[in-house]
Structure formats: C-alpha cells, structure tokens
Design a protein around this ligand. Structure first.
Ligand code: OGA
Ligand code: MN
Length: 298
C-alpha cells in the first residue's frame, strides 16, 4: 500500500502543468514548475515542444549533480564527449560528457575553458561533420555582474536577409573552423593558422533546413577563419561580413543574466550564442553537456 501511495504521489507531481513564459525577444522561453531530476514523459514532451518553438529554454532554481545533468540530457539522445580542455586535460574524471566553462584556477590549473574574456558569437563544435544538436549549460557559480550569455535566432536572421542576398548565398558551402574556440584559444593538438582556406574544419551548407521544424536557417558557425568554399578569399570575406552584419542586430537576440541553479538548453543548429566578459577575480563555474546530432546539416 505504501508503495502504491508513493507511485500515485509521483504521478501527481508529474501531472503538474508546466508554464511556458516567452522572453518576448526573437527567441527563448522560461519553463516553470519543473524539477529536472524527476520529470515524466508528458513533461519531457512539453519541454521538447517548448524548445522547438522557442529554440532556447531556461529552467531556474535547479539543483543538479553532474549525474543528474547527464541523465536529463540523455533524454534528448546520446551525448557527445566534451572537447578536451585548452590544457589538454579532461574536465571531470570518469565523466567525459561534462565540459566545464570556468575561469577558476585550482593549483595553478584552470578547471575549465574560456577564461573570463568575451566568447564571440558561435555554435558549438560545428567544425565537426556532425555537430551536436543541442547544448545545455548549468550555472553552479556566477559572478556578481558580467558573463551574461546572449543567443540569436538564425531562423530570424535568415528571414531578414534581402531577397538578393538570399539568392547570392543559395547553394554555397561554408567552412566552420576547428582551429580556435570561441574564447580565441587554440584547440588542443591543432596548429595555429589564420588562412581560412587551409585551416582544419568542416564544410556545411550556408543555408540549412532544420531537421525537426523544417524551417530554413543561416548556418554561420564562427566568424574567425570562416570561408565560403570556391570563392576567392576577398569575395568570401566581403560576403561573410555582409551576413555577419545581420547577426549583431539586437532584434534577433535574447540576453540571459545568470543565477545559480539556472539551466539553459539551446538548439545548436538554429541559434548562435556569445558571452560577455566578466571580472577575472570573480568566480564563474558552469557545467555543460552536448547532445549528439543525428546527421550532418543539410
Ligand atoms: C558554451 C559557451 C558561454 C558561457 O558553453 O558553449 O559558449 O556563457 N558558454 O559560458
Ligand atoms: Mn558555446
């Protein structure tokens, strides 16, 4: 009887409605009424639907261990192993799925990546042929100010392009560079280069269709060492600059101010993100997972 009562209780919690509150910006919604350690199938479906509708979802007030973060992430699919740290080390012994974004130094070694500087607009790991479809960032320590993360909708950016520009980019492929990360640091095991024609990376279509929503989006990756295949370098740079002018516009973006316990899940195909710098003497610790993509972008 006790067991039965417990089961009924768990079902009651699971049946609680989820509130979806749009940020009012081009993308992003906050989901309320969730404990991500204990969600049922219907709650998961609601999260997934909100995520497709809003591209980025925020859930506040969570208390997740690395195992909880991994378990919630796995509901969306298999996880990627995190890229190794700038120092060549893995982040968390025994948990290769966890990537740490942090400026904190312990015994002379950074515990995570990206330092305290700006992280420029990018998508995660799009230098791979099959980039992660989503990333999740969970806030463990946040600085008193700075370090905000902004997201932009690459659906909205594509829609805003003038027709002439859409015609000029149709059918082009873009190199997503694998030399530097978004903090400007050289990736482990890679030779420094600033020639985008020869730098390591992956070629993807510049305009892709989202596999779940069917919507067209601009797929830019990162500005540094990007290259439009087949064009001469000057033409490629000029066209990329023209496209990147749209990315910087505030009407396509939503800026998140972090609190401890925030979890943000973004669609890594139809959004890009960037991070503001913050005071290097303050502490910021975020743990991230990435969900594997199912196929190369098309
Ligand atoms: C990331 C990332 C920015 C931030 O984890 O992929 O870009 O706000 N993080 O820490
Ligand atoms: Mn990132």
């Amino acid at each position: 009887m006790v067991l039965g009562a417990k089961t009924a209780g768990a079902r009651d919690i699971g049946a609680a409605p989820i509130e979806v509150i749009s940020t009012g910006a081009a993308l992003g919604a906050e989901l309320r009424g969730l404990d991500l350690r204990a969600i049922d199938v219907s709650q998961f479906k609601a999260i997934e639907r909100a995520w497709h509708d809003h591209q980025v979802v925020l859930v506040r007030g969570q208390s997740l261990s690395d195992q909880d973060l991994i378990a919630f992430s796995r509901r969306f699919g298999d996880l990627d192993w995190a890229p190794v740290q700038e120092t060549g080390r893995r982040f968390v012994e025994g948990l290769p799925e966890i990537y740490i974004v942090s400026n904190v130094i312990v015994n002379g070694q950074a515990i995570g990546s990206l330092g305290a500087g700006e992280a420029v607009w990018h998508t995660d790991m799009s230098y791979l042929d099959v980039p992660p479809m989503a990333s999740m960032l969970y806030a463990i320590e946040v600085p008193p100010s700075g370090g905000n993360t902004s997201f932009c909708s690459m659906y909205a950016v594509y829609e805003a392009l003038p027709d002439g520009l859409k015609d000029r980019i149709a059918g082009l492929k873009i190199k997503h560079d694998g030399t530097y990360n978004s903090g400007g640091y050289l990736r482990q095991g890679v030779t420094a280069t600033d020639d985008p024609r020869t730098s390591p990376g992956a070629l993807h279509p510049l305009v892709c269709t989202h596999p779940d929503t069917g919507r067209p989006m601009l797929y830019l990756g990162r500005r540094r060492n990007a290259y439009l295949a087949g064009l001469d370098l000057r033409q490629s740079e000029a066209l990329l600059d023209e496209l990147w002018d749209f990315v910087a516009r505030p009407e396509f973006a939503w800026e998140h101010v972090w609190r401890v316990g925030d979890l943000v899940l973004w669609d890594n195909r139809c959004t890009m993100h960037r991070r503001d710098p913050f005071d290097a003497s303050a502490r910021r610790i975020m743990h991230r997972t990435q969900i594997k993509g199912s196929a190369a972008p098309v």
